[in-house]
Design a protein around this ligand. Structure first.
Ligand SMILES: Nc1ncnc2c1ncn2[C@@H]1O[C@H](COP(=O)(O)OP(=O)(O)OP(=O)(O)O)[C@@H](O)[C@H]1O
Ligand SMILES: [Mg+2]
Length: 386
């Protein structure tokens, strides 16, 4: 558990962080968010003593961080930054093993650990361990940064816009990867971003900051449905039904009873098309290779012309993809259904636009009810608060 009490950081006249207090329970992800310059990085860096607070206290599991030497403290806190900061003259595996080496681990302990972590972050060691940072893409370097931060198995991870510098598709993958790793490892994480969707997707709780002050600290649902101020309301955005889709994932609404065949289009009996609009085509191991649209079959198209070959990496989603991302994928492709595959591309189900709409309708009703109740009318007066 991390506890901040009345933490303030001043630089002369500038108060970068102003009496901030919050608590992050062990195993939870706290996302610090807010406009540029609101004090997110300063707050984060005070926790591993890269910056000393002007006043206030910070405790990790009940122990004041000022009681530990900074170097000692940092060895037990993983730190990931946007620019990654990999050592260019060290291989990927050596980069990952940096902290364990500093901690005096023996080679037979840190070497397998580094390889295991590369596997976890989706960089097969056989291919990546001996590469140098300059041979990596931005997204791959970010993964190495995350693996390095996890190497000494620290209970606490501080991440400052770790996925900020990569393209949207890679960011989506890194977020899904992070969510998966976190489900397994249950670290206490403080994660800085200025991307509301990223916060909604990853946070157990969101700390929304404004001009050095903590504006609201609560679950994403509460920030969306019960914003403490107009600022919070506006910052979270008006498309709240859509934003809420970022909290649910494909696994929650997908069908698993989909029709598939390994025999190519030729073998599809028309009867297979009675229940499902799509029959999916897979290889022997179940990897998605395409589909047949049964409506086309019904229209008299010869079966061998009816199949649409696809690359699962582009045309499918994963069970852990958020409904928001799945929806935008469907809209992008113009599909009303999309195949769901596992990490190896094996077909596991299908998600339909109707299923997503149904959850949106639920959220809409929920929000409509809220708006009728006087939630927004009850927002504290901005002037009165400051
Ligand atoms: N060393 C410093 N000296 C003076 N002012 C500083 C210093 N470091 C930060 N500040 C000021 O403190 C405020 C908070 O900075 P901080 O870097 O924490 O913001 P941030 O929320 O991380 O912003 P961004 O989203 O742009 O990264 C800013 O107004 C910044 O100008
Ligand atoms: Mg910052």
């Amino acid at each position: 558990m991390i506890t901040l009490r009345d933490v303030t950081k001043s630089y002369g006249e500038v108060t970068a962080v102003d009496r901030v207090s919050f608590e992050v329970p062990s195993g939870e992800v706290c996302v610090l968010i807010g406009p540029s310059g609101c004090g997110k990085t300063t707050t984060l860096r005070m926790i591993n003593r890269l910056i000393e607070p002007t006043s206030g206290t910070i405790e990790i599991d009940g122990r004041d961080i000022m009681d530990s030497r900074p170097e000692e403290l940092r060895r037990h806190i993983g730190y990931v930054i946007q620019s990654v900061g990999l050592f260019p003259h060290l291989t990927v595996a050596e980069n990952v093993a940096t902290v364990p080496k500093l901690l005096g681990w023996e080679r037979r302990r840190y070497e397998p650990k580094a390889l295991e972590l590369l596997e976890i972050v989706g960089l097969p060691p056989a291919e990546y361990a001996e590469k140098y940072p300059r041979q990596l893409s931005g997204g791959q370097a970010q993964r190495v940064g995350v693996a390095r931060a996890l190497a000494a198995d620290p209970p606490l991870l501080l991440m400052d816009e770790p996925f900020g510098a990569v393209d949207p598709l890679t960011r989506e993958r890194l977020q899904a990867e992070f969510a998966r790793i976190q489900r397994e490892l249950r670290k206490t994480v403080i994660f800085v971003t200025h991307d509301v969707d990223e916060a909604i997707k990853l946070a157990d709780r969101i700390a929304l900051m404004r001009a050095g002050r903590l504006e609201q600290y609560d679950t994403p649902e509460t920030l969306l449905d019960h914003p403490a101020s107009k600022f919070v309301h506006d910052f979270m955005g008006s498309d709240r039904a859509l934003k809420r889709l970022g909290r649910a994932c494909v696994a929650d609404v997908m069908r698993t009873d989909v029709e598939s065949t390994t025999d190519g289009t030729r073998a599809i009996p028309r009867e297979a098309c009675t229940d499902s609009r799509f029959v999916y085509l897979t290889d022997e191991s179940g990897v998605l290779e395409g589909w047949v649209d049964c409506r086309v079959l019904d229209a008299g198209t010869p079966p061998e012309d009816a199949g649409t070959p696809v690359d699962w990496r582009e045309a499918a989603v994963h069970p852990e993809t958020t409904l928001k991302d799945a929806l935008s994928r469907m809209l992008g492709f113009g599909f009303r259904n999309v195949a769901v595959v596992d990490a190896q591309g094996r077909l596991v189900g299908e998600v339909s636009l109707a299923a997503i709409e149904a959850t949106m309708a639920d959220a809409d009703t929920h929000i409509a009810n809220l708006e009728e109740g006087e939630v927004l009318g009850a927002l504290p007066d901005e002037e009165a608060r400051s």
